[in-house]
Design a protein around this ligand. Structure first.
Ligand code: NDP
Length: 337
């Protein structure tokens, strides 16, 4: 089902398939050097873009019908033919929505060892330290170029990316404003340090933004797109920066939103910059893993999870993310640690 056809349905577009698998008899060798037992898999909105009509071009190839959905996963090495990944150690790999994964030799470069000097819970490596937090970090710091005293507005602020953007921005001395889709989420934003927040389902962005951003918006961390972006353009300051991270309101929209206020980009000299985290993070990985684990270990960065248990619950978790029913970072616990 292409994004232009609306939301996928759990019972119709996803299937659970049992394939014969003999753990004892499965061998690792030069062709398949690792056998992984998948424990926690991340549930991310970008997967929607991989479920599409193959004719449409994007930065990432479309999935084939019947293919196991790949996603970043924390796994235990259960058999290994290589010295760098010992049996019993943990890795991050694009295994995906399955219980066991045999890693082909061509993909070995993508296997990352888990280095855990602060003894953080294992789910942290696809959670508070995972890809969405990396997105928050590189987007805010390296695209947003934030300065103390500026106002930042973050949409989908209670989600996997948004909760980290807000806390990092606060620690840099910004005035931090967020929006989310329920009163419970708004209360949480205040608890984690947002200066102001509003429920966009109760008050329109057009009404709320002048109230919650009295000095205008210097930085907008864009997660949702659509009308929110239009309202931001009207409330943006001169030389505002828009960190274009995502536009989830259009991911299942048969009638993509048409921007009305785009001339503000010109008249206010606004900089709009999109990015894909996987292309940027290699440049900042070292500083990220130097700074972030410590913030998490010290409790200075709080992180809310929304955990779906069992392989069969992943499609439900995925739909929840697309429809705003998740509260915090969605991930699935496929197996016990
Ligand atoms: P979240 O955990 O924030 O979950 C998605 C949230 O989006 C929902 O909980 C919901 O929150 C909100 N949402 C859903 N539909 C709508 C809608 N129609 N209008 C407004 N808000 C909606 O997801 P992530 O933090 O993982 O991702 C956030 C954004 O970042 C996404 O757009 C994603 O594609 C993007 N992203 C981009 C990356 C990159 O490399 N550029 C990497 C990772 C993520 P609410 O209740 O508040 O509406």
């Amino acid at each position: 089902i292409d994004p232009t056809e609306g939301y996928p349905k759990v019972g119709e577009h996803f299937g659970l398939e049992e394939r014969p698998f003999d753990l004892e008899a499965t061998k690792v060798d030069e062709e398949h050097p690792l056998l992984l037992r998948n424990i926690y898999t991340s549930i991310d909105p970008y997967i929607r873009n991989r479920i599409r009509n193959p004719k449409r071009k994007s930065y990432i190839p479309p999935l084939k019908i019947g293919q196991v959905i790949p996603n970043l996963t924390l796994a235990e090495v259960v058999k290994s033919a290589v010295p760098e990944h010992k049996t019993g150690s943990h890795v991050i790999f694009m295994s995906g929505w399955e219980e066991y994964t045999l890693v082909p030799k061509q993909a070995m470069g993508m296997v990352q060892s888990v280095n855990n000097p602060y003894n953080l819970p294992l789910m942290t490596f696809v959670g508070a330290l995972g890809m969405p937090s990396q997105t928050a970090y590189v987007g805010l710091r390296h695209i947003g170029q934030p300065k103390a005293g500026e106002t930042i507005y973050v949409s989908a602020a209670s989600g996997a990316v948004g909760q980290v953007v807000g806390q990092l921005a606060k620690s840099m001395g910004l005035y931090v404003v967020g929006s989310a889709g329920s009163d419970e989420k708004i209360a949480h934003l205040k608890e984690i340090g947002y200066d102001a927040a509003f429920n966009y389902k109760k008050e329109s962005v057009h009404e709320a933004l002048p109230r919650v951003c009295p000095k205008g918006i210097d930085i907008y961390f864009e997660n949702v797109g659509g009308e929110t972006l239009d309202a931001v353009l009207l409330n943006a300051n001169f030389h505002a920066r828009i960190i274009f991270c995502g536009c989830i309101s259009d991911y299942n929209n048969p009638n993509p939103y048409s921007l009305k206020n785009y001339s503000q980009i010109l008249t206010k000299s606004i900089k709009v910059e999109g990015f894909i985290v996987m292309n940027l993070i290699p440049f900042y990985k070292e500083e990220y893993f130097r700074e972030m684990p410590k913030l998490i270990a010290d409790g200075r960065l709080k992180y809310k999870y929304d955990v779906y248990t069992g392989l069969e619950s992943i499609p439900e978790g995925f739909l929840a993310v697309l429809q705003g029913k998740n509260f915090g970072k969605a991930l699935s616990k496929i197996a016990d640690e």
